[in-house]
Write a new protein. Structure first.
Length: 340
């Protein structure tokens, strides 16, 4: 069974449950200590070397010096999943490179010298991997990577030995989350070399019933196998969500909760990020099962674009909490009730 709304399915493959697919490749430069042991000058040398390799390969990317951003600007990049939360701190000597469409980002001097990340909407890990590999191959042509024939790519975290690839999908699973199904699932997939976390990487940070499912290790398994295993697991999880949601929305109490959440979002004058995430999750569930006219893809975008730091970026200044909540409520009202 596949959920639809009045306008049909979301625009992306399996987009009713699978919001996005991400591939990260960890790489280091041969003969250069890990970033934790580099001073600012040596980090800058790494940045120049990577940028020159990309230039030689004809890859044009926008460069952002992390040390020049306001803290809320850096955090906003993490909220939008363009960088890791860890990349927002200790920013001296850290450089972010972004492709024009922002589907590919390269973090320089985080835990490793080079972290290549590619994100695609819906269930598309193969496309994300191809995009990441295009930049990986470009760098490999101009940089000698730290590599061992037995251990694979040499990275600071032992879990990133081998292929150095982490592949994951971000999924909206309100029915399984609200009925306790995710707790059982999380304990089960650990045995398969996978993990379940919140959308920002912390198992305790699940907001809006959004989960990230990905591989824990990259040694002893090929990239193709890791992607195939994740796709199989994601599809099983999507099937479980569909079944649980189809039963859940039959409950008059659940339908009432969905309607009430939509009403609050369309009329609230103040809205915290946590309140927004919880109510948007209910409304998106309702949209997928024809209980309202909301656009599931637009709600998916709101999950990230209206987080605290990103609201500050929209305002062009650091707002107080109350000011953020007021602006967020205004933006949500406008998106859900554009005629108003």
């Amino acid at each position: 069974m596949s959920a639809t709304n009045g306008n049909g399915k979301t625009a992306h493959p399996q987009g009713d449950t699978i919001l996005s697919s991400r591939v990260r490749l960890a790489r280091n430069i041969d003969g250069v200590p890990f970033p934790v042991r580099l001073n600012v000058n040596r980090r800058a040398a790494v940045n120049r070397k990577v940028c020159e390799a990309l230039r030689q390969a004809g890859k044009t990317m926008r460069a952002i010096d992390m040390s020049r951003l306001y803290p809320y600007e850096a955090v906003s990049l993490a909220e939008r999943h363009l960088i890791s939360p860890e990349f927002t701190s200790g920013t001296e000597g850290r450089l972010l490179l972004l492709s024009e469409d922002e589907h590919v980002s390269i973090m320089l001097n985080e835990e490793d010298h080079i972290r290549i990340q590619a994100i695609e909407p819906g269930l598309a890990p193969e496309q994300a991997w191809r995009n990441a590999c295009a930049y990986d191959d470009a760098l490999d042509a101009g940089i000698q990577y730290a590599f061992d024939n037995r251990l694979g790519y040499l990275n600071q975290n032992p879990r990133d030995l081998g292929t150095g690839m982490r592949v994951s999908v971000m999924m909206h699973l309100p029915a399984l989350s609200k009925t306790g199904g995710m707790t059982k699932f999380a304990s089960m997939i650990g045995k398969l070399g996978m993990n379940v976390r919140g959308s920002y990487g912390d198992a305790a940070s699940v907001k809006g019933d959004i989960f990230r499912i990905g591989n824990q290790v990259s040694m002893g398994i090929t990239e193709e196998e890791a992607i195939a295993n994740l796709k199989s697991l994601a599809m099983q999880l999507a099937t479980r969500e569909h079944a649980a949601a189809a039963e859940l929305v039959k409950d008059i109490g659940v339908r009432d909760r969905i309607t009430r959440a939509e009403g609050v979002l369309k009329t609230a004058m103040l809205l915290t990020a946590d309140e927004m995430m919880e109510m948007l999750s209910w409304v998106r569930l309702g949209a997928l099962y024809g209980l309202n006219d909301a656009d599931p893809d637009e709600i998916s975008e709101m999950f990230t674009s209206l987080q605290p730091a990103s609201v500050n970026v929209m305002a062009g200044a650091k707002l107080t909490a109350a000011q953020r909540d007021e602006l967020r409520a205004q933006l949500v009202r406008k998106k859900l009730s554009p005629e108003s």
